[in-house]
Ligand binder design. Structure first.
Ligand code: C2O
Ligand code: CU
Length: 436
């Protein structure tokens, strides 16, 4: 903490050598280490300050994905950090407990910077959320013991174990790797010592869409999404995450057993041909959970977790429409000097987002967490019932999103909205809005 009582974090981006898999180490980038960065953690009401030092030989930035904060602290393309420079944003946490993350956002270079290893988790706690549900039960919450960050990325490595950064010829989404890394480790396993474990899944990949489930199809409870806990645990066997989306799941193990978290072929909404080149046929093992012979008992899950988002009635008119097509939004490609529109401070708006070019995209909005009002005119499925900041937009399906712009306004400094398939983002599938 500093003299003003702020919680201070120091991050330094620098090149490193990282043992991604056996054999030669891989030339990577990391924050305070050779690959990825530390998990930052803060509670609602706390004021944080992060000293972001750039030890690279090129300009980067660091964006707090999912965070509600002033535009000047956002770490997007308008907050570049030059080589050797330090950028120290500060803001007060004011949003529910959630699994957020941070990653670079330099315009046109985000894919490469994230791929090389600059990313980390940012966990928020909310002291106002009771630890136990109204009728008992509790979520596993001992970090590293029964509450585990799972940062999932795919890499392509050459024969010398170096990152292959070339753009694949057939892919419309950019780089898809066949080597899975979890928290920067290949072939990962995790020793489980408690009956239940909570996995905070983060898709920190450039383009790959994962459809997580267990190899033996055991059910698990989905308890949280991008911006916080769900209204209630949702029992399922699959959860699909596109780049930047998060899911918190709780799985139960029996003593001595092994459970393999896998990614099954995702539903991309594409035809057979396109699907193949977008990773739609791929099944990949992600992480093996190895339960000890004796497991510490865990409390049962609460029946209720958090209030459901309630921003707007389901009949609200659409304020803005966004057509994602090629590398454009509504026919326009990202221009750092153009603010596409302004929204009023304290306004609740309904945005309708559709991928109209026959391919899949996703859609992320800075500063806010939104409520999914409808998907293709129908109420959202249970996994979209909580706060979200990123949604996977399968081709031709309109998503209606309600969001409220509160607390921070700035005429001159915009926030971004964009596709989080990083190749698309870098190519210009991004726009800017100001809150005024
Ligand atoms: Cu995760 Cu605009 O970014
Ligand atoms: Cu896209």
């Amino acid at each position: 903490r500093d003299a003003e009582g702020r919680k201070v974090f120091d991050l330094r981006a620098a090149p490193g050598k990282h043992r991604l898999r056996p054999g030669r180490p891989t030339a990577t980038w990391g924050l305070n280490g050779s690959y990825l960065g530390p998990t930052l953690r803060a509670a609602r009401g706390e004021t944080v300050r992060v000293n972001v030092r750039n030890g690279l030989r090129e300009t980067t930035s660091l964006h707090w994905h999912g965070m509600h904060l002033p535009a000047r602290m956002d770490g997007g393309p308008h907050q570049p950090v030059k080589p050797g420079a330090t950028w120290s944003p500060t803001w007060t946490i004011d949003q529910p407990a959630a699994t957020l993350w941070y990653h670079p956002h330099p315009h046109g270079e985000t894919a490469r910077h994230v791929y090389r290893g600059l990313a980390g988790m940012f966990i928020l706690d909310d002291p106002k959320t009771p630890k136990t549900g109204p009728t008992g039960g509790a979520l596993p919450s001992r970090y590293g013991v029964d509450d585990i960050p799972v940062i999932v990325q795919d890499k392509r490595l050459d024969d010398a174990n170096q990152l292959d950064e070339s753009h694949p010829r057939m892919s419309e989404v950019g780089l898809l790797g066949d080597v899975i890394c979890v928290n920067g480790t290949t072939g990962p396993h995790h020793p489980v010592t408690t009956e239940r474990v909570r996995l905070r899944l983060l898709n920190a990949s450039n383009a790959r869409i994962y459809r997580f489930g267990f190899a033996d199809d055991r059910p698990f409870a989905l308890v949280g999404t991008d911006g916080g806990l769900l209204p209630a645990p949702y029992k399922t066997t699959r959860i699909q995450l596109s780049p930047a989306e998060r899911a918190e799941i709780v799985v139960t193990l029996r003593p001595g057993e092994r459970a393999v978290l896998r990614s099954f072929p995702p539903d991309l909404g594409l035809n057979l041909w396109d699907r193949r080149f977008a990773g739609g046929d791929d099944a990949l093992d992600i992480l093996e959970l190895r339960a000890a012979r004796a497991l510490e008992p865990s409390p049962r899950l609460p029946d209720e977790l958090a209030p459901a988002p309630a921003l707007a009635p389901r009949t609200t008119a659409v304020d803005r429409k966004f057509e994602l097509s090629g590398f454009t939004i509504n026919g326009k490609s990202m221009d750092m000097r153009r603010i596409d529109f302004a929204v009023d401070l304290d306004a609740t708006e309904v945005w309708e987002v559709t991928a109209t070019d026959g391919t899949q995209h996703n859609f992320h909005v800075h500063d806010v967490q939104f409520q999914v009002l409808s998907v293709d005119g129908k109420p959202p499925p249970p996994e979209l019932a909580g706060w979200k900041d990123t949604v996977h937009t399968r081709p031709g399906i309109p998503f209606r999103l309600a969001m409220r712009f509160r607390d921070h306004s700035d005429r001159d400094m915009p926030y971004m909205y964009h596709c989080h398939i990083l190749y698309h983002e870098d190519q210009g599938l991004m726009g800017q809005f100001a809150v005024v």
